[in-house]
Design a protein around this ligand. Structure first.
Ligand SMILES: Cc1cc2nc3c(=O)[nH]c(=O)nc-3n(C[C@H](O)[C@H](O)[C@H](O)COP(=O)(O)OP(=O)(O)OC[C@H]3O[C@@H](n4cnc5c(N)ncnc54)[C@H](O)[C@@H]3O)c2cc1C
Length: 393
């Protein structure tokens, strides 16, 4: 470590010693802490100084982030993990950045992703929601679906078609769409996990200010690739844990703790399965760390697809092992059977990672084409003006 980095690490340590008071439970406390981290320029160390960063090289930034990690203080490293703020920095107008970057870093605005439509999921470039320019704003009409957190969001990152006379990827634009307006109706969808986090979103003459367009008109597909890379990166690194919080309550590997509690830690087959599950998690953490190191601001990386696909397989694999440990007891559910409740939730929730953010099959296609250099899938509509693309009814 050079002298400058050592001095910086000492400064970060002093900041943490003075301000960090341990785990945050209430949302207001989290926001107050994040505001402090941003104010002292620890949140986005690699970003330019005019946008609350320190323009640091990656190794110096990592040295500081390790200090935050060591005391479990959140808020640093957002230049790698904050999907919304990174997408905005990469493509937003100065007016929009002035308005939203700080609130995004402090988690003061709710966000959602307005990408998928009833007729466009894996084939996202086939979207039909349209945005038309009228003076100083765009008017948006169409429907989105599976929109996580739309009911509480203040803004949605929206892709909409702005040109129907060019091939499908070229006619898309990317916006920050205000969600709280009469032109937007949100209808919750009931999930298999008995939650209602995602929604249908109907846009009827919804208004988006022109300054909320990212990059230029028709550049939406490029902006989307950056945004998807950050989303896949986060999904490859982290997944939601059990609703009971049981795993967080122990420092032991959760599967080992469960097997110990169930009296099955000596079962040789289970031991092998648990060891494999833990090995896969560790290996994926190393792989995503490599992918993170390669992701520079505003770029995208197909290595994120490897991490996300691996995490999906890991979650399904762990769900199988967890169920095997519990045996017939896994068939119970409800508050009287918290371990079975957790096992069933985690089994069903594993599909979040294998479908959301692009399915496993789509990640395999990306890996095949961009990592392994295999031939591309045939795409008959790639060069045809979107208006002329044939669709089934
Ligand atoms: C929990 C959850 C949260 C989500 N949150 C959001 C959100 O916030 N915002 C948002 O916009 N979307 C969200 N989604 C939607 C998600 O991105 C889409 O469901 C996903 O991209 C798949 O699209 P689809 O459902 O239309 O399936 P389809 O595209 O119709 O795919 C159906 C099946 O065909 C396979 N398939 C399709 N094309 C190919 C191909 N070329 N090669 C091989 N197999 C293929 C798919 O892998 C899949 O198995 C969420 C989904 C889930 C499950």
């Amino acid at each position: 470590m050079d002298d400058a980095t050592e001095a910086l690490v000492a400064e970060a340590r002093a900041f943490l010693a003075q301000h960090w008071k341990g785990p945050l439970t209430a949302l207001e406390d989290t926001r107050a802490w994040l505001a402090k981290v941003v104010e002292h320029r620890w949140a986005v160390l690699r970003w330019p100084t005019e946008w609350h960063g320190r323009a640091l090289p990656d190794d110096a930034a990592r040295a500081v982030e390790r200090e935050f990690h060591a005391v479990a203080a959140p808020g640093s490293g957002q230049d790698r993990t904050n999907l919304w703020a990174n997408t905005l920095l990469a493509g937003g107008t100065d007016a929009l950045k002035q308005k939203l970057i700080l609130p995004l870093l402090r988690q003061e605005v709710g966000m959602c992703l307005l990408y998928s439509e009833p007729g466009a999921g894996s084939d996202l470039a086939g979207i039909r929601t349209r945005a038309e320019k009228r003076g100083d704003h765009f008017v948006v009409n169409g429907q989105k679906v599976w929109t996580t957190n739309a009911a509480t969001a203040d803004y949605g990152m929206l892709i909409a078609r702005t040109n129907w006379d060019v091939p499908k990827h070229a006619g898309i634009s990317f916006f920050f769409c205000p969600m709280k307006q009469p032109g937007i109706e949100v209808r919750p969808l009931h999930q298999i996990t008995n939650e209602r986090n995602f929604n249908e979103v109907f846009l009827t003459d919804a208004i988006v200010p022109a300054e909320n367009l990212l990059k230029n008109l028709g550049d939406g597909w490029r902006v989307l690739q950056t945004a998807l890379a950050y989303e896949r990166l986060v999904m490859g690194v982290r997944a939601r844990g059990a609703r009971s919080g049981a795993a967080e309550a122990t420092t032991e590997e959760p599967l080992i703790a469960l097997a110990r509690e169930a009296g099955r830690l000596k079962d040789p087959i289970l031991r092998q399965d648990i060891a494999q599950a833990i090995a896969y998690r560790r290996l994926n953490a190393l792989n995503t760390a490599r992918a993170q190191a390669e992701l520079t601001q505003g770029s995208s990386s197909s290595l994120m697809s490897l991490g996300k696909l691996a995490m999906s397989r890991i979650l399904h694999g762990e769900a199988r092992v967890r169920t095997a440990i519990l045996g017939p007891g896994s068939l119970f559910e409800g508050p009287d059977y918290p371990r079975a409740e957790d096992a069933n939730f985690l089994t069903l929730n594993a599909y979040f990672t294998s479908i959301g953010g692009g399915t496993d099959q789509i990640q395999r296609n990306i890996i095949g084409e961009r990592v392994l250099d295999l031939p591309k899938e045939p795409e008959v509509d790639r060069t045809v003006p979107f208006r002329e693309v044939k669709i089934g009814r």
